[in-house]
Design a protein around this ligand. Sequence first.
Ligand code: B4P
Length: 192
Amino acid sequence: MTNLLIIGPPGAGKGTQAVRIAERLSIPAISTGDIFRANIKEQTPLGQQVSAILDRGELVPDSLTNDLVADRLQQEDAKNGYLLDGYPRTAGQVEFLDGVNAERGEKLHAVVRLVADKNEVVARLLKRAAEQGRSDDNEETIRNRMDVYDRETAPLVEIFASRELIVEVDGIGEVDEVTQRILEALSGRGIQ
Ligand code: B4P
C-alpha cells in the first residue's frame, strides 16, 4: 500500500512526473486537472460547470472536487494505493482527504514537493501554450494560477511538513533526471 501526493506550482512538472512515478510503483496517477479537462472535452454536466473556472485559473469549488476524488479512489485500481496529482489544493481538501483515508483505514506515506522558480515555470507553460494550446496557458491565466497557488495551496506544505511527510525535490533539469531524483528520495523513505 502506497499513498502519495505530488504538490508544486503550476508548471513545476507534477503531471509529467506523476505518471512516471505511479507507473514505477504500480499505483494509479490521479490528476484532478485531467479529470476536469476530460469532462470539459466530453461536455458532461460537470464539464459545463467547471469550464469557465479553469479558463480563469480559479479553483473548482471543494464541493465538486472532493466527491469526484472520493469516487475515483473507490475504483479497483486504487485499492493498493494512489498518487494524487493536483489534489489537495485547499485546506478543506486536505481535511476531506484525511477523512477518506481514515475511512479506508489508511494514511498518507509521503508528499513529493516539486520545487521550481517562477521564471522557469512560466517559460514552460508558455511553451506548452504554443505546442498544445491549453485554454488556461495564456499569460494572464498563468499569473492568476500562480497567485491562487501561493494563496491557497502553498500553505498546505506547512501542514504536511508538520506531519513529516514532505519529500522535497528540485524540479529543474531534464525530465528523466527529475524522475530519478524523486524515486531516490522516495526510496530513502522506504517507498519503492
Ligand atoms: P492542473 O491540471 O493540476 O494544472 P497545473 O497545476 O498547471 O499542472 P500540470 O500538471 O498541468 O503541469 P506540469 O506542472 O506537469 O490544474 C488545472 C486546473 O484545474 C486548475 O487551475 C484548477 O482550475 C483545476 N483544478 C485541478 N485540481 C483542482 C483541485 N484539486 N481543486 C480545485 N481545482 C482544481 O507541467 C507543465 C509543463 O512543463 C508541461 O508542458 C511539461 O511538459 C513541462 N515540463 C514538465 N517537466 C519539465 C522539465 N523537467 N523540463 C522542462 N519542461 C518540463
